[in-house]
Design a protein around this ligand. Structure first.
Ligand SMILES: Nc1ncnc2c1ncn2[C@@H]1O[C@H](COP(=O)(O)OP(=O)(O)OP(=O)(O)O)[C@@H](O)[C@H]1O
Length: 651
């Protein structure tokens, strides 16, 4: 039975829903809980607001934040709206901290002890959670805590001298500067849980491969190692990057080359590792059925949402190591929580205890500078090492400098781009007018895509289809247009449509809707029947068969020999997908392009954040372009950080 509330309260709810202060889902949730009937209406509204926080990526409603700044409970776009006053008035009339204590009078609905019972809400340290998210956060905190205890024993068993020798072999001395890769390897080699964070090209993959060689050398009976990533695209890129790094390591470290065959050749998605049950009721591996693994490496961990992370740690056996790799400054997952960013909150400063610093110095022979030590060390910081030197972008690289400036929220970041022509050669900015924006963008992108479009003019035959698909994929990945938004005049949908129309007008594609020769597509969900993963890119080609063109879609699948093979599909067999001439920045995470072109919308939006701009810039290998109509939009985005409420550091 669904609850009906008093007439006045129902009216208030529909007003709040219309004002977008609540979602229909937030209201429906409380209607479905019989115990809610006894709760006074203001408290019910707080419970609904706690559920509404998830839409903004927060794990909980923080009453302390609500008391200090009630508008923080709203998406940025709504904070200026006339409706925001409703929320302010509500918080004034029903003070949040008082509501937090009043909620305790309803133990059938709200519990303070997660382990005790199964109430739908959990209140801890003035944070109100839906039970599931409190449980996820608790699982992660328990996992990290458990691993920390186990580390004490592990370090007693290790032989520092032997480790030091291996670390010396893996990281030959380079000078007086701290070798953070070596520090990361030393920490991870002596921990059951470690996080290696760093910007693009700082050597995360290289470091973790060296770590695996070290662990393999130390293991008497071999190790079951698994490499995973949150998306299929990121897993494919990790597979590719692994095969390149293996070749380099084989040359650099001939003494350890015999161990290379023991390294996994492929990475998989975290979902696939946990094996979803066919009926969608969870995973085959969980706390009651642990994964048979010794070491799990998860790359692009910024994209891990709290629920997937919790599901993973619950399924790990006690003696299994978990090593997370990722760039803490990138966009977090669209789902709730920002686990990597939260764990790495103090990574820049280090925050090491004297004990950690002494241990690392013993293993590496390199003492950490005092600036990285903290007099009041936080336990979580002892698991994290940040790699600080980019081996891809040197100090003269415009991309590297721009990424750093954006990351620091430096208001001068725009001037690096504005000084086009006189500034760094790898950066470009183009100011467009608002009129016919998508058409102006299309004209520019068609020029950048010229080599790809030219290649498409070659007829594709059954004899040449494989090689042509490979070449077209390589060419298509050279330049990628990234949109900050999905909808609106500069959104992915409008721009893809405008591009298709322009290409059809120029007769560079056969038609501008449905399937056509040359249509690039991106898969929008994992599909285990085809093996295609969310984020995979395909190209539709008309293959001449007995004089008749047949449309087939070519997807690349990296193999373990640093090559790719092509998988062909009939368009009708493919899962949910969309055209990929333009991608959202979110969808581009985990991919890289020689030239990344970011299009900003004409007006500000809460989605435009420092993390989004940074993620777009760091997709670029050799060139980055910004298309915009107004520099204020760029500057406002750089000034806006994503803040997500969660309590991992408090649990
Ligand atoms: N210490 C080093 N000295 C010189 N080159 C290095 C060093 N570490 C890594 N590299 C090189 O820098 C490049 C990037 O390294 P790697 O792929 O390990 O970085 P990453 O942080 O994993 O990058 P991504 O941002 O792509 O995930 C590789 O070509 C690698 O060989």
């Amino acid at each position: 039975m669904l609850l009906r509330f008093s007439r006045e309260f129902e009216d208030q709810l529909s007003e709040w829903q219309q004002a977008k202060l609540l979602r229909p889902l937030d209201i429906a949730l409380l209607r479905a809980i019989p115990q809610a009937e006894a709760v006074p209406e203001p408290l019910l509204l707080y419970l609904m607001l706690a559920s509404a926080q998830l839409a903004q990526g927060h794990l909980c409603l923080d009453f302390a934040v609500a008391a200090k700044a009630p508008l923080q409970l709203l998406p940025v776009a709504l904070r200026q709206s006339s409706h925001a006053a409703k929320l302010k008035d509500f918080c004034r009339q029903h003070p949040p901290m008082q509501a937090a204590s009043e909620l305790l009078a309803y133990p059938a609905l709200v519990s303070t002890d997660l382990r005790q019972a199964s109430q739908p809400f959990v209140l801890r340290a003035n944070r109100l959670y839906l039970r599931r998210y409190a449980a996820d956060e608790q699982s992660i905190a328990d996992f990290i805590d458990g691993r920390r205890q186990a580390d004490l024993q592990l370090r007693q068993q290790l032989q520092p001298q032997a480790l030091r020798q291996l670390l010396g072999l893996l990281f030959p001395a380079e000078g007086a500067e701290v070798n953070w890769q070596q520090q990361a390897c030393a920490l991870a080699a002596s921990s059951y849980f470690a996080v290696i964070t760093g910007g693009p090209g700082t050597g995360k993959t290289t470091t973790v491969l060296k770590l695996l060689l070290l662990l393999l050398r130390q293991s008497a009976s071999g190790l079951h190692i698994v490499l995973a990533a949150p998306t299929g695209k990121a897993a494919a890129r990790l597979t590719e990057s692994l095969s390149q790094s293996r070749l380099q390591l084989a040359q650099m470290l001939p003494q350890l080359a015999d161990l290379l065959p023991q390294l996994p050749a492929r990475a998989q998605t975290v979902h696939r590792l946990l094996a979803p049950k066919p009926d969608g009721s969870g995973f085959r591996y969980h706390a009651g059925q642990l994964l048979p693994v010794d070491v799990v490496i998860v790359d692009e961990a910024s994209m891990l949402d709290v629920s997937l992370f919790a599901a993973l740690v619950r399924a790990l056996p006690p003696q299994c190591r978990l090593i997370l790799l990722g760039d803490k400054d990138q966009l977090a997952s669209v789902e709730a929580g920002a686990v990597l960013a939260e764990i790495c909150r103090h990574a820049e400063a280090g925050g090491y205890s004297q004990h950690t610093a002494d241990w690392l110095a013993q293993l590496t022979g390199q003492p950490l500078p005092a600036a990285f030590l903290s007099p009041q060390p936080d336990a979580l910081d002892q698991h994290v090492v940040m790699l600080r030197k980019s081996h891809r972008f040197n100090e003269h690289s415009g991309i590297g400098r721009l990424a750093r400036a954006v990351n620091l929220g430096d208001s001068k970041a725009g001037s690096l781009l504005e000084s086009c022509g006189t500034g760094p050669a790898d950066l470009h900015a183009v100011l467009l007018s608002q009129d016919q924006l998508a058409q102006q963008v299309s004209a520019r992108i068609v020029t950048l895509l010229a080599p790809y479009l030219q290649m498409l003019q070659q007829p594709v035959t059954t004899a040449t289809m494989e090689a042509q698909a490979q070449a077209l994929h390589r060419q298509f990945a050279q330049v990628q247009l990234l949109c900050a938004l999905r909808q609106g005049p500069a959104g992915v949908e409008t721009v893809n449509l405008a591009l298709e129309q322009r290409l059809a007008q120029l007769r560079l594609i056969g038609k501008n809707s449905g399937w056509y020769h040359g249509r690039p597509v991106i898969v929008l969900q994992n599909d285990y029947s085809t093996g295609l993963m969310n984020g995979d890119i395909g190209i539709c080609l008309a293959v001449e068969q007995e004089g008749q063109p047949q449309l087939r879609v070519a997807f690349l699948q990296p193999d373990n020999k640093n090559h790719s093979s092509v998988r062909w599909f009939l368009p009708g067999r493919l899962p949910n997908l969309e055209t990929a001439f333009a991608l959202t920045v979110h969808k581009s995470q985990g991919s890289e392009f020689n030239h990344a072109v970011l299009l900003l919308p004409p007006s500000d939006s809460p989605v435009l954040t420092r993390e989004l701009i940074y993620t777009a810039i760091t997709r670029a290998r050799t060139e980055f372009s910004l298309l915009l109509t107004d520099w204020t939009v760029f500057n406002q985005a750089v000034a806006r950080c994503i803040v997500r409420q969660g309590g991992l550091r408090l649990v």
